[in-house]
Design a protein around this ligand. Structure first.
Ligand code: ZN
Ligand code: ZN
Length: 254
């Protein structure tokens, strides 16, 4: 290999794997977080409400719990009209992920999609979620204007990687955000619900399609409920939502 090429490859490696931990900035090699920061990532464990992933208190979870359609709902979700079958949130929205997701979403670190989607894929494998029988992986869309200014839809990057990993077709042409909404960041639960109403539209007939819907952060669930109801109104028969992270109750993500 020529020294020029070697130099180029080294430079490329440093771009993709900078030698500092993204969280504590300690020197590391070939990773995105140092082992200590990586250990701090908090994965969510059952028993959890199947519609919001808040902890619940029923019988201890058994193997295969995630594929059981009868697992419980928390008090807040009982009796609510629910548009998706279940949500699976992979991690708690705490450091080091708060910082990482911020870089991923707002600071052009789109290549963090690699390690972040791998976290998700490993978790889904560990909990033995049965993904066979799903027709598409669909990301929560962003408005074309946001896409133009940000350059990428971070949720679509996660979805695409998961689709490759689990060999399920990826489709980002099924739902679009047709109305430019204001940011949900500083809105409360009711305001979020109102702000998101009617902004999505589905472009395909989805009769009897089983869909995995991907989002980055679950806050109040308003976005997922709205997307799922659009998919359902277009015929989708089963929607499982998967998100990278979940905020603690009554806490807004930015
Ligand atoms: Zn670190
Ligand atoms: Zn719940």
């Amino acid at each position: 290999m020529s020294s020029v090429l070697k130099g180029y490859l080294k430079a490329a490696k440093n771009i993709f794997f900078p030698s500092l931990c993204f969280s504590c900035e300690k020197k590391i090699s070939g990773e995105y977080l140092c082992p200590k920061c990586k250990e701090k990532i908090e994965f969510l464990h059952p028993p959890l409400c199947r519609f919001c992933s808040n902890p619940i208190n029923p019988a201890p979870a058994r193997r295969g719990w995630i594929n059981n359609n009868e697992v419980g709902r928390c008090e807040e979700c009982l009796g609510k009209p629910l548009t998706y079958q279940r949500v699976i949130c992979v991690t708690a929205y705490k450091e080091p992920l708060v910082g990482l997701i911020h870089l991923f979403k707002y600071k052009n670190y789109d290549y963090l999609a690699g390690p972040l989607s791998l976290l998700m894929a490993n978790y889904l494998t560990t909990i033995e979620l049965n993904l066979s029988g799903y027709h598409f992986i669909v990301p929560v869309p962003i408005h074309p204007y946001t896409l133009k200014t940000r350059g990428y839809n971070q949720t679509a990057l996660l979805g695409k990687n998961l689709a490759n990993y689990f060999k399920i077709p990826f489709r980002d042409d099924i739902i679009v955000e047709r109305i430019y909404k204001k940011s949900q960041t500083n809105l409360n639960k009711q305001e979020r619900e109102k702000n998101i109403k009617g902004v999505f539209t589905a472009k395909k007939n989805l009769k009897d399609r089983r869909i995995i819907l991907i989002d980055d952060i679950f806050t109040t669930g308003a976005t997922l409920r709205e997307c799922a109801s659009v998919l359902k109104n277009n015929g989708a028969s089963n929607i499982t939502a998967i998100t990278l992270s979940k905020t603690p109750e009554h806490h807004n993500a930015n």
